[in-house]
Design a protein around this ligand. Structure first.
Ligand code: ATP
Ligand code: MG
Length: 429
C-alpha cells in the first residue's frame, strides 16, 4: 500500500480557519508600519549559504545546527533563509540603498526555516515580521522601534500580556573585556556547566548567559555582569533610550542576561516576552547591529531592527481569545437559483450587485440542487439572507429575500431595488 503523503515535520499548513487571524495580525501591523513611514521590502527565500555564514556567524546555533542547506544543479551551496536581517542587508548594499548616509526604514514578512526540534511555538518553517533601520545611530530610533511594537500589542489587545526586557551590550571593546572576565569566572566552574555551555565557552561565551539550564543559571548568579563593563558612550546611549521610553510611558525590565552572542551586535538589545505560552515565550526580539554592514564589506553603517514570531503571536491571540469575532463574519447573502435559466440570470445579477454594493459578501450557490438542498447550504453558510430566484421570480424580475437569522417574513424585491436593499441591511447589521 502506498504511504500517505504528509507535510514535513515542523512545517505547518495554515488552514482556512486560521488564516483570518494571520491576516488580521499582518494587516494590523502593516498599516501601523505605514503610519510610521516604514516601507516594505520583499526578498528571496533562498540565498547563497555564505550570506548567512557571514551574516549570522559561525558559532551560532542557527548556522551550526539549524540551516537547510543544499547544492543546486549548478553545484552552488544555497540555504533557505533562517531569518531576514542578512538578506535585507545584502539587498540594501546590492542596490545602494544606504549609500551617502541615506536613512532606510524597512520591513519584511515571510517564512523562515530552521532545523529545530518542533514543539509548541517552535517550528521548522515559521514566519516573521521584521523591521530594519539603517544609518540612524542614536537611541531615538531604538525607542521608536520599541514604541511601534508596543503600539502593536495594544492594537491587538495583548498589551497586558507581554513585558519588555532591555539590556545594553556596550561597545565591542567593552564586551571583549567583559567576555574575558566571564570566561575566567566560568572556567573555574567548568565541570558544573551544562554541555552546551561548555561548548559555548570556546565558541560564543556570551550566549551562556541565556542558557536554560538551572545549574548553569545558578552559577551565573555570581558571575561578573556586563553592566559593570559598559563604556561611557554606550551607557549614555542606553540612558537616552530609557529616558525616551519613560517619556512615552513604556515600562521595561532591565535584564542583564539578555544577549545576542555576536560581535556586530552592540548597545541596545530587547525582547518582548509573555508567560502565557510556556517555554517559547519570546514573541519579538531585536537589537542594534552597527557592525554588521561592514562585515559584509560595506561602509560602516548603523543598523537596528527586530523580528517577531507570527506563529507565537497567533497562538497568543488564540490563547487569550483576542481574535475579533468580526474576522469570521459570515456572508450577507446566499443566492439560490432553480433551473438553468435562473442560474444564468443569478450569476449576472450577482455580478451587478457586487459592482453596486461595496463590501457585500455574497455567496452564489454552485452546483444546482433542489430547493431543500440549496436552502440547507444557505443556512449552513451562516449567511444573513437567502435570496431566491426561481422561474416565477425570473419572469417578474424579482427575488425572494428570506431572513435566515430571525423570524422576519420573506420579502419580494425587484432586481432594481435589490442593491439598495442589501446596502441598508449591511448598514443595519
Ligand atoms: P529562541 O531563543 O526562541 O530560539 P531566537 O533567538 O532563535 O529565539 P530570533 O532569531 O531572535 O529567535 O527570532 C526572532 C523571533 O522569531 C523569536 O523571538 C520568535 O518569536 C521567533 N522564532 C524564532 N525561531 C522560531 C521557530 N523555530 N519557530 C517559531 N518562531 C520562531
Ligand atoms: Mg533559536
Amino acid at each position: 500500500m502506498s504511504k500517505t503523503l504528509q507535510a514535513i515535520r515542523g512545517m505547518n499548513d495554515i488552514l482556512p480557519e486560521q488564516t483570518p487571524t494571520w491576516r488580521y495580525l499582518e494587516s494590523t501591523f502593516a498599516s501601523l508600519l505605514d503610519a510610521y513611514g516604514y516601507r516594505e521590502i520583499r526578498l528571496p527565500i533562498l540565498e547563497f549559504t555564505e550570506l548567512f555564514a557571514r551574516g549570522i556567524g559561525e558559532g551560532t546555533d542557527v548556522v551550526d545546527k539549524e540551516m537547510y542547506t543544499f547544492r543546486d544543479r549548478n553545484d552552488e551551496s544555497l540555504t533557505l533563509r533562517p531569518e531576514g536581517t542578512a538578506g535585507t542587508v545584502r539587498a540594501v548594499l546590492e542596490h545602494g540603498l544606504t549609500g551617502g548616509g541615506q536613512v532606510q526604514k524597512l520591513w519584511y514578512t515571510g517564512p523562515m526555516f530552521r532545523y529545530e526540534k518542533p514543539q509548541k511555538g517552535r517550528y521548522r518553517q515559521f514566519h516573521q515580521i521584521g523591521v530594519e533601520v539603517f544609518n540612524l545611530p542614536g537611541p531615538d530610533i531604538d525607542a521608536e522601534l520599541i514604541a511601534l511594537t508596543w503600539r502593536l500589542w495594544k492594537a491587538l489587545g495583548l498589551g497586558d500580556s507581554v513585558t519588555l526586557q532591555l539590556n545594553s551590550l556596550g561597545s565591542s571593546e567593552a564586551r571583549g573585556v567583559y567576555r574575558d572576565a566571564l570566561v575566567a569566572y566560568l572556567e573555574k566552574h567548568f565541570d558544573a556547566l551544562d554541555e552546551d555551555s561548555q561548548r559555548r565557552l570556546k565558541t560564543n561565551p556570551l550566549r551562556i548567559l541565556d542558557s536554560k539550564n538551572a545549574m548553569t543559571q545558578a552559577l551565573l548568579a555570581d558571575a561578573p555582569t556586563l553592566a559593570d563593563y559598559l563604556d561611557d558612550d554606550s551607557r549614555a546611549h542606553f540612558e537616552g533610550l530609557k529616558a525616551r521610553l519613560d517619556a512615552m510611558g513604556i515600562t521595561y525590565e532591565i535584564n542583564p542576561k539578555l544577549v545576542r552572542g555576536l560581535d556586530y551586535y552592540g548597545r541596545t538589545v530587547f525582547e518582548w516576552v509573555t508567560d502565557k505560552l510556556g517555554a517559547q515565550g519570546t514573541v519579538c526580539a531585536g537589537g542594534r547591529y552597527d557592525g554588521l554592514i561592514s562585515q559584509f564589506g560595506g561602509k560602516p553603517t548603523p543598523g537596528v531592527g527586530f523580528a517577531m514570531g507570527v506563529e507565537r503571536l497567533v497562538l497568543l491571540l488564540e490563547t487569550l481569545e483576542r481574535v475579533p469575532e468580526a474576522l469570521n463574519a459570515p456572508a450577507h447573502a446566499y443566492l439560490c437559483a432553480f433551473g438553468e435559466e435562473a442560474e444564468r440570470a443569478a450569476m449576472a445579477l450577482a455580478e451587478s450587485l457586487r459592482n453596486e454594493v461595496p463590501g457585500l459578501r455574497l455567496l452564489v450557490n454552485s452546483g444546482s440542487g433542489s430547493f431543500k438542498s440549496q436552502f440547507k447550504k444557505a443556512d449552513k453558510s451562516g449567511a444573513v439572507y437567502a435570496l431566491i430566484l426561481g422561474d416565477d421570480e425570473l419572469a417578474q424580475r424579482v427575488v425572494g429575500c428570506k431572513p435566515l437569522r430571525d423570524d422576519r417574513e420573506q420579502q419580494t424585491i425587484g432586481w432594481d431595488a435589490l442593491a439598495a436593499h442589501l446596502a441598508t441591511c449591511i448598514e443595519q447589521a
